[in-house]
Design a protein around this ligand. Structure first.
Ligand code: ADP
Ligand code: MG
Length: 319
């Protein structure tokens, strides 16, 4: 299908109405009205065929995930999502693929009241880039550089499920449904992130594995973290599929979970739990470590012995 027909198809389905969209898809650019006094929070993420998802993945899952990974970045900043733009590079302009993609993408957009306000449609290798825009009260954004010595380290939800699903796919095994859901339909922790503003000191979303992502917090904050790897939530869901060592490895270093990892003052555990409860997401938060003086993440097993992963986490361009 030709470019303009595809854009018409997208425009006809991008019907999420927001008062702050003065002009959406159709002109040279979108016209948007940010709320007075708020800071604009902007994030972008790309999914490439064969790199971020297996070739032949259901386009609805690709669409969901393309937006989910972006909303997850807004969640980690404690932002309220508002708008997004979508760049589609398509090998052959297949309208059925685009329709399926929009099923997933727009389902998630409508859950969070996000309006698709523009984009670009080109021919090339299958690749999807999304930009999301959200708002946060000035000074309330959660950043990577706010962790303080003495903070508790927390994660939301469960870890390792998405990486376990990817492992089963790579091994040519049938992917267990619960794990598949974790890989294909990650839930951005928007409500939790917003509830943590004013409670957490630092926050990051877990895209590359908690060890790697916590490492970024350590560098940005100039601190170290003692992480209890056996306290990472979600081990039970992996047990039917993996031995304890392999499960621990995936929980610490497997990517794609899109949970939040945050730090909060060491004496604020009750406040953290109350904030998570108030967000009413049904997502548990678990304390998994402590911020200490020094550099880097030190992982400890349940006996307090230092634990070293074979691989720290996902990084592009690293063989
Ligand atoms: P221009 O040539 O001025 O950049 P385009 O022909 O690329 O305009 O796009 C026309 C309109 O359609 C613009 O408003 C653009 O934002 C929108 N658009 C194009 N591709 C997409 C897409 N994949 N998703 C959403 N909007 C799109
Ligand atoms: Mg264009």
């Amino acid at each position: 299908m030709a470019e303009f027909k595809l854009i018409d198809l997208i425009r006809a389905r991008a019907t999420q109405a927001r008062d702050d969209v003065v002009l959406g898809i159709g002109d040279d650019a979108a016209l948007l009205q940010p709320p007075p006094g708020m800071q604009l929070v902007v994030a972008m993420d790309t999914l490439n065929d064969g790199v971020h998802f297996p070739p032949g993945t259901d386009p609805a899952h690709v669409g969901w995930k393309a937006l989910a990974v972006n909303l997850s970045d807004l969640a980690a900043m404690a932002a309220e999502p508002a708008w997004c733009t979508l760049s589609l590079s398509l090998p052959d302009g297949d309208p059925a693929w685009v329709a399926g993609f929009l099923d997933g993408f727009l389902a998630l957009a409508s859950l969070y009241d996000v309006a698709l306000v523009g984009g670009d449609t080109t021919r090339g290798p299958l690749s999807i880039s999304v930009t999301v825009h959200g708002f946060v009260d000035p000074g309330r954004a959660l950043r990577r550089d706010g962790a303080r010595v003495g903070d508790g380290v927390w994660v939301s939800g469960t870890l390792g499920g998405a990486a376990a699903a990817l492992g089963q796919w790579r091994a040519g095994e049938t992917i267990a449904p619960a794990l598949r859901e974790r890989l294909e339909r990650p839930r951005p922790r928007i409500a939790l992130g917003r509830a943590l503003a004013g409670v957490a000191n630092a926050c990051i979303d877990i895209s590359d594995g908690v060890l790697a992502d916590l490492g970024h917090v350590c560098v940005a904050s100039g601190v170290a973290v003692r992480l209890e790897v056996d306290a990472l939530p979600g081990r039970e869901a992996l047990r039917p599929h993996l031995g304890d060592d392999a499960a621990r490895m995936l929980q610490a270093s497997g990517g794609d979970d899109y949970e939040l990892c945050f730090t909060a003052p060491g004496d604020a555990d009750a406040t953290v739990r109350a904030a998570a409860d108030a967000a009413e997401t049904g997502v548990e938060v678990t304390r998994v470590g402590t911020v200490v003086a020094g550099q880097g993440v030190q992982a400890l097993d349940r006996d307090g012995r230092s634990w070293l992963p074979a691989r720290k986490g996902h990084e592009h361009f690293v063989p």
